[in-house]
Design a protein. Structure first.
Length: 162
């Protein structure tokens, strides 16, 4: 049985990071994706939508089996984890515990909405996409994994430095 993970898909118009990337925030998007998901399911496959930003409201209508939150490659969740990109001084910045908060909240919210057994979180443990660097990777990622482990996510792929 095949598993297909879509490319990064924006859940809202303002979540689009690049031109010509797929979305899932309009009825037309959902109808288009439904053709894809129905075809994959008809051949006995499984398909996961990879969200570039947090959002799950439209996805059940698209009939995906799972949702993957894209927390790597320089996107929003990845930025929140990074000491050089996250310059916030509130409860979402500065310390490791504060920088992992956004990833935990997003992942928890998606898992609560559709079930942890249908939720994945992709992270980049060492990839310096879009100048994202983390000088404290060995502190950030274990803390993040410890915090989300109790959720019982379906999977947690990671991409290490090439």
């Amino acid at each position: 049985m095949a598993l297909i993970i879509t490319e990064g898909t924006q859940p809202s118009e303002d979540g689009q990071g690049y031109p010509l990337t797929p979305g899932i925030h309009t009825d037309a998007h959902i109808a288009g994706w439904r053709k894809v998901t129905d075809a994959v399911h008809a051949d006995g496959g499984r398909i996961v939508v990879q969200l570039m930003h947090a959002g799950v409201g439209c996805c059940p209508g698209g009939r995906y089996g799972r949702v993957e939150i894209h927390g790597g490659n320089g996107y929003l969740v990845h930025q929140s984890l990074s000491s050089n990109a996250n310059k916030r001084t509130d409860q979402y910045g500065s310390s490791v515990a504060q920088r992992i908060r956004f990833a935990i909240e997003v992942t928890s919210a998606v898992a609560a909405e559709i079930g942890a057994d249908r939720t994945g979180l992709r992270i980049s443990t060492g990839n310096p996409y879009n100048d994202i660097t983390k000088t404290d990777t060995h502190d950030v990622h274990p803390a993040l994994l410890d915090a989300i482990d109790p959720l019982g996510l379906a999977y947690l792929p990671r991409r290490a430095e090439p």
